[in-house]
Design a binder for this molecule. Sequence first.
Ligand code: SF4
Length: 315
Amino acid sequence: MNSPFKYSDDNKRYYTFNYYLRHRFGKKVFKVSLDMGCGCPNRDGTKGVGGCIYCSEKRSGDFAGNPAEDIALQFEKIRNMELKKWDDAYYIAYFQAGTNTYGDFDKIKTAFERAVRFENVVGLSVATRADCIDQRFADLFYELSKGRYLTVELGLQTVHDRTARLINRCHSFEDFLKGYKLLQDRGINVCVHIINGLPGETKEMMLETVRQVGLLRPHSVKLHLLHILKNTPLAALYEKEPFHVFSLEEYASLICDQLEILPEDTVIQRITGDGAKSDLIAPLWSLKKFCVMNEIDKEMLRRNTVQGRLFAIGK
Ligand code: SF4
């Protein structure tokens, strides 16, 4: 199928992660979410207490393995489930829950080194906070990235420090940039995670976040939709002082605006949220992920636009 967009061979007008993986590895690649039980400095008092106000009890790793089990067993269990759907695939070991560069360095290093040797694993993804990256980790990632796919996911969420304080993020944009630079200087691929719909943010603020992220030229981004999950401080805030939650149409329009101002070669790992169904309070339309993706595709087509069309204009 002819596509008006350089990095697409279907109806997508943005650079999907699926396209990237297919062209890099030549076959289906699954992420296997492993949990080695890393804590978070924003929960244990080192940086803050209570965590980011939207963070779930599973430390934002709702689909990960069981941290009480060894990561090899977690991997086998999840891979066996995937094998039923796809018997010839590669895997990316994905450490998502908690802050995976926080804790005993040698223990974490061993976990990464083991995970990349599991059968058919072609890469490693590590989610963490930028203020928990130091030179040792940057060097470790450099070593681990030799000859394999490796991405470090840094949660930024917003470039606006006022919002960062409100959501109890406990780091500033400047702190983020320091960690980002350590990785960038080592040539590590970074995936920047942002959240749309944070309380108090206007559309212009959300666009500004993406504009600034685009200028950093990250390997990839995750554009998340704020999910209000049960038993979080965010849910309590929403109940006490309800704030505006996107409609599907508003969200699709915002995502298209953001795709237009990102560079065309930034891989889009996500364009919506992925919370556990049983815990989601709002927005409930986000459970229909296929409809959300469809709405975004339709809006890109209606505008006859593509990712990157407005990158760096008016920076
Ligand atoms: S930094 Fe991550 S794991 Fe820690 S509280 Fe925030 S979202 Fe949760």
